[in-house]
Design a protein around this ligand. Sequence first.
Ligand code: C5P
Length: 211
Amino acid sequence: MIVAIDGPAASGKGTLAKRVAQHYGLPHLDTGLLYRAVGAARLGAGGDLDDVAAAVAVARTLDLAAFDEEALKAGPVGEGASRVAAIPEVRSALLKLQQDFARQPGGAVLDGRDIGTVIAPDAEVKIFVTATPEARAERRLRELLERGESVTLIEVLADIRRRDERDAGRGAAPLKRAPDAALLDNTHLDKEMSWLEALAIVERRRAEIGL
Ligand code: C5P
């Protein structure tokens, strides 16, 4: 079973994807980490985020096993990730890795922006997770403060709005709900309720297709 979970920044899709993967014993790929790794490498090299050839070279040689998830999750890396993610050649360079992960025997859970639309349009289960920008900003602020970063709600909300706009407005694989994806709006749901809703969606779909 392939489970595709898409949604905007800080919608909680990563947490849900991890839990779905754990529940069904499936491998999980947070595809945002791929774009974050490319963005971080370019920022680390003091580099220009619009340098297509350099970003593609990084994307082609990513080593998933060497990812420092903690460092990649840092606030400023998200903006860099969203910049390199708008480059079609970077997306193409990361396509096979993601499709191979999705198509491994037994299936997988992937979360991102274009899993249900581009990476695995044939996924058995598709969920589009969202919440208002304000609700997402509050959650992301809590996370960043817990990590010891010094930011304000206004800054986090501005970052989320900017990334939403860039992710949804780009020509290459824009953030959008696949027509056959179930919508999970968790603006008014806590983590547990959101998980129960996701589980109900997966179970309903499994029953529908006889899995
Ligand atoms: O999900 P996360 O916030 O970690 O993703 C970081 C950035 O990577 C996003 O803002 C988005 O621009 C990009 N991304 C993408 N396609 C994906 C996953 C992430 O464009 N499948």
